[in-house]
Design a protein around this ligand. Structure first.
Ligand SMILES: [Mg+2]
Length: 273
């Protein structure tokens, strides 16, 4: 095993599968931590960095909040650095809202008007331009009303930012619709394209490179998706390792043009890389 300076580890499909911890993952991560730096990089915005770190700790993995970069956190930081504190209508869960507030952004709860107006769904005009940005992540309480308010804001001039566009989320016994499905709903309704923060896009990758302060070629990225994790690592000149405990299968790997440096069954096999 050639030791790298740092390992960038995806979470869903690599360490977790839904609420379950993938067998052998904690020991494998702690072995890496004995000799290298480890950062956890997830497109999932549903949990705050602190909540992710607590979940990793509960699984026996040594880490702190500062070792975790979520797409929700990366979105909040990106907006603050580029535009300052902004008013944001979030379509997402508690983790996204927490990170937006932590970076000083104001959360717009959305307009109530239109809900009891007899069914026309409310107006979409300039008077609804209450948010600077609509920020969209995975929201398991997504509703038509949230779609309506998001659309009103976008049509009135709000920017559309997506934490990520993963089509599905791997869970214990299959897949849930991912943030990408919700982003597409807003894109379809508005005719606009979202600016995307998460892997494989530059805002998320720049955030992790800045965080580590290391050249990309000294980093190994471990992930379960070819079109996000492996593509991102390859573009940045990192070593890439695909695990088969998430989205991909041997068939999808053989059919893809995106080629990881190594394919392993599970992160538990990392010592053999
Ligand atoms: Mg994943």
């Amino acid at each position: 095993m050639i030791l790298m300076e740092a390992y960038i580890l995806d979470l869903d499909g690599v360490i977790f599968r839904g609420s379950e911890v993938i067998a052998g993952a904690p020991d494998a991560v702690n072995r890496l931590l004995d000799s290298a730096r480890v950062v956890f990089l997830t497109n999932n915005s549903t949990q705050s960095r602190g909540a992710v770190a607590a979940r990793l700790n509960a699984s026996g993995i040594r880490c702190t909040e500062g070792d975790v970069i979520t797409a929700g956190y990366a979105a909040a930081v990106y907006i603050r650095k580029r535009y300052g504190a902004q008013k944001i209508y979030p379509i997402g869960e508690a983790g996204l809202i927490h990170e937006l507030k932590a970076e000083g952004h104001e959360i717009d709860p959305g307009r109530d008007e239109g809900r009891d107006d007899g069914g026309d769904g409310g107006r979409c005009g300039d008077e609804d331009a209450v948010a600077d940005f609509v920020v969209v992540g995975l929201d398991r309480d997504f509703t038509y009303e949230k779609l309506r308010i998001g659309l009103c804001n976008i049509l009135a001039g709000s920017g559309l930012i997506a934490t990520n566009t993963d089509p599905v989320l791997p869970v214990e016994h299959g897949f849930l619709p991912g943030a990408g499905a919700i982003v597409r709903a807003l894109e379809t309704a508005s005719g606009r394209s979202a600016f995307v923060i998460g892997k494989p896009n530059p805002p998320m990758m720049d955030a992790v490179i800045d965080h580590l302060g290391l050249p990309a070629h000294e980093c190994t990225l471990v992930g379960d998706r070819l079109d996000t994790d492996i593509l991102a690592g390859s573009r940045y000149g990192m070593k890439t390792v695909l695990v088969l405990t998430g989205v991909e299968t041997p068939e999808s790997v053989s059919q893809s043009r995106i080629k990881p440096d190594a394919v392993i069954g599970s992160i538990a096999e990392m010592q053999e890389i």
